[in-house]
Design a binder for this molecule. Structure first.
Ligand code: ADP
Ligand code: 5GP
Length: 200
C-alpha cells in the first residue's frame, strides 16, 4: 500500500464526523474509508456516502468471505472496513481517513504499523452528553449506553499517537490538518521525490 492511513477514534458525539468532513474539504489527496454497518441510518446519513448500510445476514456473509480488514461489534451493531475499499484508495496514492472504534484502531495498527492513530477527546463528559443530545439523532437509551462506555473508551487515548481536544472546533480541525500535513513532509515520504530532483 502506498497511501498513509489516518485513524480517528473517539467516543460517539466527540466530533469525528464533523472534523473529518472539514479536513476532507481542506486537504487534497485524501480518501475516506466508508465502513459497512448493520446500524440503521440516522439523520440525513446516506447509503454509500456515510456508511454502506447492510443487514446482519450480508455482514455475516462478508465476515465469512474475509471481506473485512477489520470489523467489530460496537454498541450492539456491527461495523467493518472492507479490504477492497481500502486498497482501491491507498493503491491510487490517496491518504485515507478512517473513523473506527478502539478495537478497529488496535487491529489496523497491528496490521498496518505505519498507520497514524489520532484520538479525539471532548472537553468534558458533560459537554459530550450535551453534544449527543443536541445532535438529536439518538434516543435516550442509546445516549445512555454511549455515555456509559465513554469514560472507559477515553482511557485508550494513552496508546494513540496523537490526541486532539475538540473544544473549539476550528482549532481541532487545524490540529487534524497539521498532523496530516506533517506526516506528508516526513523524510521517508519526501525522499523518493527529492532524490529525483537532487543528487542526494
Ligand atoms: P461523532 O462523529 O464523533 O459521533 P459528530 O461529528 O456527529 O460526532 O458531532 C456530534 C455533535 O457535536 C454534532 O451535533 C456536532 O455539530 C457537534 N460538535 C462537533 N464539534 C463541536 C465543537 N467543537 N463544539 C460544539 N459542538 C460540536
Ligand atoms: P456511529 O454509530 O456513531 O456512526 O459509530 C459508532 C462507533 O463505530 C464509532 O466509535 C465509530 O468510530 C465506530 N466505527 C465506524 N465504522 C467502523 C469500522 O469500520 N470499524 C470499527 N471497528 N469501528 C467503526
Amino acid at each position: 500500500m502506498s497511501g498513509q492511513l489516518f485513524i480517528i477514534s473517539a467516543p460517539s458525539g466527540a466530533g469525528k464526523s464533523t472534523i473529518l468532513t472539514a479536513v476532507g474539504k481542506r486537504v487534497s489527496g485524501l480518501g475516506y474509508s466508508i465502513s459497512h454497518t448493520t446500524r440503521k441510518p440516522r439523520g440525513d446519513e446516506r447509503n454509500g456516502v456515510d456508511y454502506h448500510f447492510v443487514d446482519d445476514r450480508t455482514f455475516t456473509k462478508m465476515i465469512n468471505e474475509g471481506a473485512f480488514v477489520e470489523w467489530a461489534k460496537v454498541y450492539d451493531n456491527f461495523y467493518g472496513t472492507s479490504s477492497s475499499n481500502l486498497q482501491d484508495q491507498t493503491s491510487s496514492g490517496l491518504d485515507v481517513l478512517m473513523d473506527v472504534d478502539i478495537q478497529g484502531g488496535q487491529n489496523i495498527k497491528d496490521r498496518f504499523p505505519d498507520s497514524v492513530l489520532i484520538f479525539l477527546l471532548p472537553p468534558s463528559l458533560e459537554e459530550l452528553e450535551r453534544r449527543l443530545r443536541e445532535r438529536g439523532t439518538d434516543n435516550e437509551p442509546v445516549i445512555r449506553a454511549r455515555m456509559e462506555s465513554a469514560a472507559d473508551d477515553i482511557k485508550n487515548c494513552v496508546w494513540y499517537d496523537y490526541i486532539i481536544v475538540n473544544d473549539k472546533l476550528e482549532k481541532a480541525i487545524d490540529e487534524a490538518q497539521s498532523i496530516i500535513v506533517s506526516k506528508r513532509c516526513a523524510t521517508a515520504r519526501q525522499l523518493p521525490e527529492s532524490k529525483k530532483l537532487f543528487d542526494i
